[in-house]
Every structure is written in C-alpha cells, then in structure tokens.
Ligand binder design. Structure first.
Ligand code: SAM
Length: 414
C-alpha cells in the first residue's frame, strides 16, 4: 500500500521528497488548510473569534479547577483549542517558507512555527505551567499593583500564557491594568502568528509588546517580575533553554520569579525495552501517574539543577574553538549491579513550575526520558569509537553541559 507521501509524489508534486517526515508535516498542513477554508466558509469572522476565545477559556477552566478532569475530556478540550488556534494561524497567512523554516542557531535549535504549533496540545505541560504561573502572578500581585512578565521563545501561540490571559479576560481574577506581558520570538512566522492570535483573542490590553528578537541577546526595557521560559526538548538537549535563561535572568527584579522555579535533570540506568516499551503497553496514556517500572531502574541522581540562584552563580568555561560548557553534577556509579551491562543511560527533566505545580517525567514530550546509547557502564562497545563513554561501577562521572547549537551533556571521568 502506498503512503500518503508516495501517493502525492506520484501525482506530480515533484519537489517533495519521498516519505520524508518533514514532507508529511507539509502534507498534513495543506490538507488542514483545505479543511480550514471549508470551515471558514461556514463561519463569520466574529463566530470564529468567539469559538477561539471560548475554546481557550474552557481548556483553562478545566486546567485551573482543583477537581480532576478525566484525560479524555482534557484531550477533547485541548484538541479544540489547537484547532481554533490553527484557524487563527491560517488567517495570518504565513508563507510556506516562513511557516516551515527550521534551523540551528549558535545556541540551539530554532523550531519552525509549523512544528511549534502542536505544543498547544501538550496537556500536562500546559496544565503544570499555567497553574504555576497563575499562582506566581497572584503572589506578585499580593504586594504590588502591576506585574510585568517576559515570555521569550514563546512560539507562535505562546501557549503557556495566552490561554490564561483569555481566561482572566472572561472569568476575571487578574485584569489588564495588573498584568503586562512581553512576548519574544526569533521566528518571523511566530511573530506574525502571535499578532493574529492576540487580535483574535480578547487579550491585547495585557500585551505590552510582541518582539522579534534572539532571546539570548534581547534586552527588555525595565525590570521584569516574572520570567516565563520553556525552550526545552527531552533530555534537556537541542533547544537553548539554558543560554536564554542565563541571559534573561539578569533582567529579573531582585525578588522576581523564574517560571519554572527549578528544573532538575536526572540520570537513570534502564532496560530499554522495559522502560520505553513494556511498561506502557497497558497504560492508557504516558504520564508519571502511569509509570509501573520505576523500581526496575538504577537511579544515578541529579546531574543538573537550574533555578534563579543557580543561573546567577553559573560560570561557564570556554574551551578551544570558543565552545562554552557549564560544569554540571558528578555522580558515583553504583558497583556490583549484575545486570548493568544490559542497561542504557536515560536522562530526563523534572520541572517544578511554581509552588506545588510540577511537570514530571513522561507528563510531556519535554520530560520524556532520552536514551543515550553512547554511555557504557561495566560493558564495552563492540566497535571502539571515541564517541562512546566507557566507565565501571565504583567510578565517578562528571557531567558538563555544552552551550552550543546542539546543547547536550558530555560525561567525563571525574
Ligand atoms: C517549541 S517552540 C515553543 C515553545 C513555547 N515556549 C511553548 O511553550 O510551546 C520553540 C520556540 O522558541 C523559539 N526560540 C528558540 N530559541 C530562541 C531564541 N534564542 N530566541 C528567540 N526565540 C527562540 C523558536 O523560534 C520557537 O518559536
């Protein structure tokens, strides 16, 4: 049977590559565009905006309530929010180039607006961040009249904030004289899309500025009370979270809040099949509450801790070739684990959003453990290569974090 990509290729869309995942995304996009234009024929602009606003408020109502909303209901609400946000993005009429341009900058991956658009469906990431952010904003408002919030690398939908602003607008709690936000992204397509979305929602009074800039260089005007930042991929790799946070933390007021308040990066040794396959076979969905094989792991411990204090104290080291690294944690590899040679290293982030709100392992794509097949303990790679790190139980391993276009951890013998 032919795949969708193959069929399209055979219908003379010659410039598309064969079964390329990037092309699949484009295909999905063009199909969606057709569906969208169909939908638009039946909806007036006013009706479309109302549906958009309602979808955002309804998703946030479910997220902010303390009673448990079942997963299927949350999925439906977040899918609706995504569909409505995509309709808004379609109104912004981004060119195909602007929509799909993705590249690696000096400090990390810059995802395309198209690839970023799905992050608004990442239920438990948004839930943890929004609940934390709501608490952070209200805590700040307890001793001042107005709070200024900066959200760098916010993506085309600023999904950790704009839904909450729409909820405040509809349901009350925080008005636009109390909260002013600055949205920053380096992608022109994200900026175009943000302008459209802010206009379509009822939130423009909260928005002080939408800025196209590199967040590792951008200097906000005036002090910032809350820095909201999530430029993460799983395993704390690829995107420039640490470089952006290190630069922006200097503009945070002395008592300002970083959201997330802290990120703890953990290292574990796992049986790959048990960890990534078997334990999920009977789970309804991947989430920390559905983990069943935790006790089968060998926990190595925390390799990096990021908080406001840690960021301010961080002293990167410059290596030859101008490569900057940050010294992270040192771990003692346990000795005498008989099945250690069959285990692989996996690294994941546990995000403490604010107060008691967390995004734990497997709650989101960004907290999904990332396997590292180059790290050997009590075992030897079949083909020697200096890309492999080989150590024995009882040895100490130090981790460094490389602040480059491909941010990642590098283990060394300590
Ligand atoms: C995964 S997307 C959106 C992340 C968003 N915070 C969210 O919660 O969904 C990542 C976005 O970060 C932006 N970005 C990455 N590095 C950046 C940088 N150095 N300066 C500004 N924007 C950046 C990209 O352009 C992209 O729009």
């Amino acid at each position: 049977m032919k795949t969708q990509a193959q069929k399209v290729k055979h219908s003379n869309v010659a410039e598309l590559d064969f079964a390329d995942p990037a092309v699949d995304d484009l295909l999905k996009f063009s199909i969606r565009q057709q569906l969208e234009s169909l939908a638009q024929q039946q909806l007036s602009q006013a009706e479309r905006k109302l549906k958009l606003q309602q979808s955002f408020t309804q998703a946030m109502t479910a997220v902010l309530t303390d009673s448990v909303t079942v997963h299927e209901q949350l999925t439906a609400l977040f899918t609706d929010m995504y569909d409505q946000a995509m309709l808004s993005m379609a109104q912004a009429a981004l060119s195909q180039d602007v929509l799909t341009r993705q590249y690696v900058s000096a400090t990390g991956l810059i995802m395309s607006p198209l690839n970023c658009s799905t992050t608004i469906k990442d239920i438990y990431r948004i839930r943890g961040f929004v609940r934390g952010l709501d608490k952070a904003i209200k805590a700040k408002l307890s001793n001042r009249k107005q709070v200024r919030l900066l959200y760098p690398a916010c993506g085309p939908f600023a999904p950790l904030l704009l839904p909450l602003l729409q909820y405040y607008q509809d349901e009350g709690g925080v008005d636009s004289s109390q909260l002013k936000v600055v949205l920053v992204d380096i992608q022109p397509g994200a900026i175009q899309s943000l302008h459209q979305l802010v206009k379509d929602l009822n939130v423009s009074d909260y928005v002080e500025a939408i800025v196209e800039a590199d967040a590792t260089q951008y200097e906000p005007q005036g002090a910032i009370d809350i820095l909201l930042l999530e430029a993460l991929q799983h395993g704390f790799t690829q995107e420039g979270q640490l470089s952006i946070a290190r630069h922006q933390v200097q503009f945070l007021s002395l008592d300002g809040f970083l959201v997330p308040q802290s990120i703890s990066v953990q290292a574990i040794m796992v049986h790959g099949d048990t960890e990534f396959n078997q334990q999920w076979q009977s789970a309804a969905y991947t989430h920390s509450s559905n983990l069943s094989a935790r006790e089968q792991r060998v926990e190595l411990g925390e390799i990096l801790h990021i908080s406001k204090t840690a960021l301010i104290a961080m002293q990167p080291i410059t290596l030859s070739g101008d490569i900057e690294v940050v010294q992270a944690g040192t771990l003692l590899l346990p000795d005498g684990v008989t099945d250690m040679p069959e285990r692989i290293l996996a690294i994941y982030a546990r995000i403490h959003a604010f107060g008691d709100e967390v995004v734990d392992e497997y709650d989101s794509g960004i907290t999904h453990p990332l396997p590292d097949m180059t790290f050997y303990v009590d075992a030897t790679p079949s083909v020697p290569d200096n890309k492999y790190f080989v150590a024995r139980g009882g040895e100490r391993v130090g981790f460094y974090y490389q602040l480059s276009g491909l941010p990642r951890f590098i283990p060394v013998k300590a």
